[in-house]
Design a protein around this ligand. Structure first.
Ligand code: NDP
Length: 330
């Protein structure tokens, strides 16, 4: 049974030398447990932030098998809750097989393709939906700006915003990614945060100012957008990817002054906070997908052994849409 260990906690940027692929004996389920075969592992920016210390979950430490959220198949069950062949979502580790208590595993609806359970109907889609609807609360006609717009959460935020009748402007790295966000995802505009003159370009793209900023990145991008917020604007603090893979973080310099003067509301959230509304999110997302208003973009990397490079690449902006690793067949 192959598994991947985080051998050292990185200082600065994450690299392949921080991981090791090891062989361990095949685990066996005790009473109340299930043996799971990993099918698809979610590769998330958060995987890197877990290495920086305890947050809403325990920190990942040197010597730990790398934790992940995954879609798995039950191959052996010692619990009446689940049967062989069930498809489940579980917190597992980067490994071919893992044993988990059956009550910690969630049986999934029969959605095809399975990849959609990690992208549009998984954490990415739910994070976009709950964060925008419950925290951002946009009204039709308002302007939404979203960063990491070509990524999984950001891509859905913008498309939901369009479906709600808002003006949507993305922020992404590079001209080619910005063209993808405009042409493929249907945003009104997209600004390259790596080119100079970002403030002016964003101001031109948002002639009526910014009502909702869905922030996935923090740092200087957040500082720039704060300068363009309208009075009573809402800043949805979803993540801070610009701060995860560095030991020299840089925060916005205009806080808290700009929040005071513009009467802004900045509010963070974790997707699980809104779990009670997951069914509502699922129904809304399914309707938008069926109506062609949400395009599902997925970025599937093949093979467990490529998981470290998949995460490193995500942190360097390699992905378009939801990145995941296929460990085994559906
Ligand atoms: P994405 O698919 O959005 O991929 C990450 C993207 O971030 C990259 O493609 C890259 O695109 C961009 N990026 C990387 N470094 C920087 C940087 N220094 N400045 C600006 N952009 C950068 O990843 P996820 O969907 O996994 O995560 C998106 C955000 O959502 C993260 O902040 C994550 O922590 C957060 N999140 C929060 C949840 C919650 O419950 N609050 C749940 C799930 C995710 P580019 O080429 O454009 O730079």
């Amino acid at each position: 049974n192959r598994q991947i260990i985080l051998t050292t906690v990185p200082e600065g940027a994450l690299g392949p030398h921080h991981f090791e692929l090891t062989e361990a004996p095949m685990p066996a389920p005790a009473q109340g447990e299930v043996l799971l075969r990993t099918v698809l592992m979610s590769i998330d920016a958060a995987n890197r932030s877990w290495m920086k210390g305890a947050t809403y979950r325990a920190a990942v430490q040197a010597g730990d098998a790398m934790p992940t959220y995954a879609i798995c198949e039950v191959v052996e069950s010692a619990s009446p809750r689940l049967s062989k062949g069930d498809v489940v979502a579980a917190e597992v580790v980067w490994a071919d097989h893992v044993v988990r208590p059956a009550h910690k595993v969630q049986k999934l609806p029969p959605v095809q393709p399975l990849t959609h359970l990690l992208s549009v109907y998984g954490i990415a889609g739910k994070t976009a939906f709950h964060g925008l609807m419950q925290v951002g609360q946009p009204l039709a006609g308002e302007t939404i700006v979203v960063s990491a717009a070509a990524g999984s959460v950001g891509g859905y935020v913008g498309q939901i915003g369009k479906a709600l009748g808002c003006r949507v402007v993305g922020i992404a790295g590079g001209a080619e990614k910005c063209a993808f966000v405009r042409d493929e995802l249907g945003f009104d505009d997209c600004i390259d945060y790596r080119s100079t003159g970002m403030f002016k370009a964003l101001r031109a793209a948002c002639p009526d100012g910014v009502d909702v900023y869905f922030d996935n990145v923090g740092g200087t991008v957040l500082e720039t957008v704060l300068g363009l917020m309208n009075e009573r604007g809402r800043v949805v603090c979803c993540g801070a990817i610009s701060q995860y893979d560095t030991d020299t973080p840089t925060g916005p310099r205009n806080l808290p002054g700009v929040v005071v003067v513009k009467r802004l509301r900045m509010e963070g959230f974790i997707v699980m906070d809104f779990a009670r509304d997951d069914a509502k999110a699922m129904r809304a997302l399914q309707a938008w997908v069926r109506a062609g208003q949400i395009k599902v973009t997925e970025d599937v990397v093949e093979g467990l052994e490529n998981a470290p490079q998949a995460l490193i690449g995500l942190l360097n902006g390699e992905n378009r849409g939801k990145r995941m690793v296929r460990v085994g067949p559906d």
